[in-house]
Design a protein around this ligand. Structure first.
Ligand code: BDR
Ligand code: CA
Length: 319
């Protein structure tokens, strides 16, 4: 059974990714670690506990430490337009504080990885703050990690600005140190905006969810109805993009991935305007050490087929 830690900042798209991951029979989620990003850490923690509680599970949640972004663009970005006031659209599920462990996110990640060297994968759905702090505390952890999958960045696409993405823009220093320290040993599989924008949740997809999965359908509408409007209005798309769910699927069942080149990537940290910008050496011009496998092309039909299969397990787990 594959073991994974999900590092996350729920977040509408994080929420669905977490529920999906928690309900798959062949993945063991060892814990959720939380990170400030889409909301304050306090709200993120409450959201995470409510999601685990929703499935009546006891998966522990380990809190990160508060971290305000140093990126001046973040302060001006409008998170609530995409995630709602509390980060989960209009979904309201009671939190369950007892699920919050005393151990910190960083200590838990270090402990879990050391307990089972090279077997524990990390899936990051938020800023890379926690992983960077793990490396500060325990630089050798790099030799014991399993695979790292990360939603963030974009090579030819931005969203926070036309060229930067939220997770890597929120804590660009962390992203850069994770790619330089971990990626050069075990390339990080990056599922960024290049990939996620290839799977639009069109009215046909939403209809298919309604037809086959009544419980998920209710959840989906609560999480994403407002967001669908936002994507239509701001980006002229026929539906929303659910970034973190694709990142989970890249980890879980990646047969829909068609191009994932190995490349050297640098994340810009020293700019006010474009902190988090991903510069990938896709053509190998600079002879740098490779550190990333970037999901560049997916087959959207196969993606949605695989997702619907994963949804079957979630549907049976929902109350
Ligand atoms: C990423 O930013 C967050 O707002 C989402 O949850 C996702 O992880 C997409 O850019
Ligand atoms: Ca997220």
């Amino acid at each position: 059974m594959r073991q994974v830690i999900i590092d996350t900042d729920p977040g509408t798209d994080d929420s669905l990714a977490i529920l999906l991951a928690l309900s798959q029979p062949d993945v063991e989620v060892l814990g959720l670690t939380t990170v400030q990003g889409n909301q304050s850490l306090e709200q993120i923690n409450a959201n995470a506990t409510s999601l685990v509680n929703y499935l009546s599970l006891d998966v522990p949640i380990y809190s990160g430490s508060p971290h305000q972004s140093q990126n001046p663009v973040i302060a001006k970005s409008q998170r609530q337009a995409y995630h709602g006031d509390r980060g989960m659209g209009s979904l309201e599920i009671p939190p369950r504080e007892e699920l919050l462990a005393e151990e910190s996110a960083v200590d838990f990640i270090i402990r879990a990885v050391k307990t089972n060297p090279k077997k524990v994968d990390i899936l990051t759905l938020g800023p890379l703050t926690n992983l960077a702090r793990c490396l500060e505390k325990e630089p050798d952890l790099v030799n014991e990690l399993g695979q790292v999958y990360s939603m963030g960045g974009g090579i030819h696409k931005g969203k926070l600005t036309p060229v930067t993405e939220f997770n890597y823009g929120y804590d660009a220093q962390a992203a850069q140190s994770v790619y330089q320290q971990i990626g050069t040993q075990i390339p990080i599989t990056m599922c960024g905006l290049d990939a996620t924008y290839q799977a639009v949740y069109t009215p046909e997809i939403v209809q298919a969810i309604e037809d086959h999965f009544p419980k998920i359908s209710e959840l989906f509408h609560a999480l994403f109805d407002d967001q669908i409007k936002t994507y239509q209005e701001r980006e002229s798309l026929p539906g929303c993009i659910i970034h973190d769910v694709m990142a989970f699927m890249v980890y879980y069942d990646p047969d829909f991935v068609e191009a994932v080149p190995l490349t050297a990537m640098t994340i810009v940290t020293d700019s006010n305007l474009v902190q988090g910008l991903c510069v990938a050496d896709l053509e190998g011009r600079f002879n740098q050490v490779t550190n990333a496998r970037v999901v560049m092309r997916v087959n959207p039909d196969r993606y949605f087929d695989r997702l619907m299969e994963a949804f079957m397990h979630l549907e049976t787990h929902l109350p």
